[in-house]
Ligand binder design. Structure first.
Ligand code: ADP
Ligand code: MG
Length: 250
């Protein structure tokens, strides 16, 4: 069986700076795969290739077994790849509902003829969705710019749930969150996987990583150096790989 998402031999340099040195990664539907590594290891650069932000110098990305060229974030979304960032993913000046339906607004026909955005449907679906993720976000919030960090994450995640994203990328989703919000976001990551998505979860809190992930991959200086089941590892082992300590032992 083909993995949901496969990355093979991904290479990327920015000018003279070699960031990715041939990264291999496989993600299955229904799992949370954590990606850990020191600052500067290349985690964000890697996932930005999957999110359509960067194009690789070499290597291949396959979705459901087929090679894909993910040339823009819009193309990523069309392919069913959603990204949850702290800041980037939402349109600040729009409402919660408008953000969830951005670019994919339902349309009704006035007098059976003139297409107009179906605002009542957006309101109804947004209410149902926010109830489903047990979020306390006021659906009527005029703009998402007024929401807390955790609420913004929840809006991104709600969008991924609603559109049944195949792949959901979460790059340090809890970095700036209070404890309660953090637990909620972790629960939502598990929820996405339970509904069949493959989730790539970047984080640096190893306690949180071992709680949320099915598998953990460790990145060190532009390479994935270790992949393990979350149940078969611990913080000490992960730190060894994150700091390159294992290389010195060879
Ligand atoms: N646009 C860019 N131009 C030049 N160097 C970059 C760029 N983006 C990232 N880098 C460099 O690539 C390395 C990996 O960065 P990044 O992927 O953000 O790491 P991580 O997310 O693991 O902390 C760092 O050394 C960083 O300075
Ligand atoms: Mg990063």
């Amino acid at each position: 069986m083909a993995a949901l998402l496969e990355v093979e031999g991904l290479v990327k340099s920015f000018g003279p700076v070699d960031v990715l040195h041939g990264v291999d990664l496989a993600l299955a539907a229904g799992e949370v795969l954590a990606l850990v590594g020191d600052n500067g290891a290349g985690k964000s650069t890697l996932i930005k290739h999957i999110a359509g932000v960067y194009r690789p110098d070499a290597g291949e990305i396959r979705l459901e077994g087929r090679p894909v060229r993910i040339e823009t974030p819009g193309r990523a979304r069309e392919l069913g790849i959603e990204t949850v960032y702290q800041d980037l993913a939402l349109a600040d000046e729009l409402s919660v509902g408008a953000n969830i339906f951005l670019g994919r607004e339902p349309v009704r026909r006035l007098l059976g003829l003139i297409p107009v955005i179906d605002k009542a449907r957006i309101r109804g679906e947004t209410d149902a969705l926010l109830a489903r993720i047990e979020s306390r976000i006021p659906r009527k919030a005029k703009t998402v710019s007024r929401l807390s960090g955790g609420q913004r994450q929840a809006v991104s995640i709600a969008r991924a749930l609603y559109w049944q994203a195949k792949v959901v990328i979460m790059d340090e989703p809890t970095a700036a969150l209070a404890v309660m919000e953090r637990e909620h976001v972790i629960g939502l990551a598990r929820r996405l996987a339970a509904e069949g998505a493959g989730v790539i979860y970047i984080g640096h809190n190893l306690i949180e990583i071992l709680e949320v992930a099915d598998r953990v991959s460790v990145m060190y200086r532009g390479r994935i150096v270790h992949v393990t089941n979350a149940r078969e590892t611990n913080q000490q082992e992960l730190i060894k790989y994150m700091t390159g300590f294992t290389e010195a032992a060879h």
